[in-house]
Design a protein around this ligand. Structure first.
Ligand SMILES: [Zn+2]
Length: 197
């Protein structure tokens, strides 16, 4: 009797486990797959400015602010002209007004900013250059740029405590909801912070 019960229990447990596996599998198929990080062959050699000094690294969320950070901050030494890291099409060119602010929410966070859409290996990438100087933009929405093209001037518009450029890469849409580690897309020589995840 005890053996029969044990056997019955085992069968029930196995059936339940298989049901769980089935449910998890079905859910997995419904959920969008997580973004894959690029391989080393996709490294871009462009720089956000001629002589960028990394001041804050990338640290994935939850949330976009301390200690998390959706991109990398660079301070430009000497020449303050921001330049495209990768070729693409300008999809956001916000030239102002974009005062320096404390954090509120939404688009003003990045102040004046440029976002460039690039198709790479069948995926859309959006490279954002934030906190630019008001009225300094050199590009318009719809414009095609190549790596090295001038975008505008480094500033401290939006939520910034000093002059710098916030560089981030989003997958699929120009937002911070799907940002990925931008390090593989940048010239390794300009990456100094050991804090990237
Ligand atoms: Zn930043």
């Amino acid at each position: 009797m005890i053996r029969t019960l044990t056997c019955g229990c085992l069968i029930a447990v196995l059936a339940f486990a298989m049901l769980l596996i089935g449910i998890v599998g079905a859910l997995g198929a419904l959920l969008p797959s997580l973004p894959n990080q690029p391989t080393a062959t996709q490294v871009a050699t462009g720089r956000p400015c001629a002589d960028p000094i990394e001041t804050q690294g990338y640290m994935p969320g939850p949330g976009a602010f301390e200690p998390h950070h959706t991109g990398i901050d660079f301070a430009c030494e000497g020449n303050l002209t921001l330049t495209a890291v990768m070729a693409g099409t300008v999809v956001i060119a916000d030239d102002g007004p974009c005062p320096n602010t404390y954090y509120t929410s939404g688009a003003r966070t990045f102040g004046c900013n440029v976002d460039i859409e690039t198709e790479l290996d069948g995926r859309k990438l959006f490279a954002r250059y934030g906190h630019m100087a008001q009225g300094s933009l050199d590009v318009l929405v719809g414009e095609q740029v190549v790596a090295g093209d001038a975008l505008g001037t480094e500033g401290e518009s939006g939520y910034a405590t000093g002059r710098h450029v916030h560089f981030e890469i989003d997958l699929g849409a120009a937002s911070t909801a799907d940002c990925i580690n931008p390090v593989p897309y940048l010239d390794p020589a300009i990456i100094h912070c050991p804090c990237h995840n």
